[in-house]
Design a protein around this ligand. Structure first.
Ligand code: UDP
Ligand code: MG
Length: 320
């Protein structure tokens, strides 16, 4: 068996025939120059163009290149999952194939992780002026929302260009997640992290494989993967409805007593508002139970041990 390389580079690739040769040309010298053992895990996400042929050809002259081909298009996060699960390295980096993330930064990420014993090094984009206004605006709103939902340690403007230690990858591999969103799950582990900054370049060739539908899917997976609040919305609406109902009841009874209302108006209004509020409340209660099922179905562990003194002292202080 071959020993584990120091660095694995996972590359999700979907219909990238236009950019693949220049990507490989720029990536290889960086990795060869590291002076460390490495592997490139190219995950072909069910491409329908010449990508598979190109990868097979590249493999002939590049022994460190491994190719994993998914049977169909599973999406960017699906391809990343396949790569993370099958990478062997002590450190595992992920990078897009379109040269928007500079391969040269991989060397700095690895050095920083090694020098400061970090588990996570994020690539943070300092300048996104090459992206469209729409992309920048939606990305800004997405990161603001996710920092509120997941927590402050979600770095804004860090996508899927990052480096993880073996320990982090093993934590992520344990998650029984159906639709993982790594840019949120990684900071959620809370493991020691650092960052390097880079300028987001223009896509070198080809066009974005992230149409609006995929962006919406990612946003929905991000929200439903981290919060059950939308399910609880009905509870709050129901409670608000109840309050309105009480106020209306007072008002209707006063008009009824003053005899200034049309006959039957008071009872119709009261019944309508009351039933509406009761329905919302019941929906909300259902939501609460669905939320519990949802959280237990996710089956995420409640804690990760970052440091355990027993590992240093050799004393096993686990309860018997
Ligand atoms: N990608 C993938 N499967 C998909 C969509 C994209 O593997 O269904 C890959 C794509 O080939 C690229 C990376 O994910 O290497 C990021 O995609 P893209 O550059 O199109 O996204 P953008 O930069 O426009 O957000
Ligand atoms: Mg891109």
């Amino acid at each position: 068996m071959r020993s584990a390389p120091t660095l694995s580079v996972v590359v999700p690739i979907y219909n990238e025939e236009a950019v693949l040769p220049s990507f490989a040309e720029r990536l290889r010298p960086v990795l060869d120059g590291l002076g460390e053992s490495y592997e490139v895990v190219a995950v072909d996400d069910g491409s329908r163009d010449a990508t598979p042929l190109m990868l097979t050809a590249m493999r002939r002259s590049w022994p460190q290149l491994r190719v994993i081909r998914l049977s169909r298009n599973c999406g960017h996060q699906g391809a990343l999952t396949a790569g993370l699960h099958r990478a062997y390295g002590e450190y595992v980096a992920s990078i897009d194939a379109d040269l928007q993330d500079p391969p040269e930064a991989l060397a700095s990420m690895l050095r920083l992780a090694q020098a400061e014993s970090l588990d996570i090094v994020y690539g943070v984009r300092t300048d996104r002026t090459t992206d469209t206004v729409f992309k920048r605006w939606t990305a800004g709103a997405y990161y603001r929302l996710m920092r509120r939902v997941v927590g402050r340690n979600v770095p804004s403007q860090a996508g899927d260009f990052r480096l993880l230690s073996r320990a982090t990858v093993d934590v992520l591999r344990q998650l029984p997640e159906n639709r993982p969103v790594y840019r949120l799950l990684v900071p959620w582990t809370g493991l020691p992290s650092g960052e390097i900054t880079y300028v987001r370049e223009k896509r070198a060739a080809g066009e974005s494989k992230y149409p609006l539908s995929k962006m919406i899917r990612l946003a929905l997976d991000s929200i439903t993967g981290f919060t059950a609040s939308p399910l609880r919305l009905a509870t709050w609406l129901g409670l608000a409805g109840m309050l309105v109902c009480v106020l209306l009841a007072v008002f209707t009874i006063i008009t009824y007593l003053n005899d200034s209302a049309v006959h039957g108006w008071a009872s119709s209004i009261l019944i309508t508002v009351f039933l509406g509020a009761v329905q919302l409340l019941c929906l909300g209660l259902l939501g609460e139970y669905v939320a519990r099922i949802y959280v237990s179905a996710q089956g995420r562990p409640n804690y990760f041990v970052g440091y355990d003194s027993a590992a240093e002292t050799g004393i096993d202080d686990r309860p018997a």
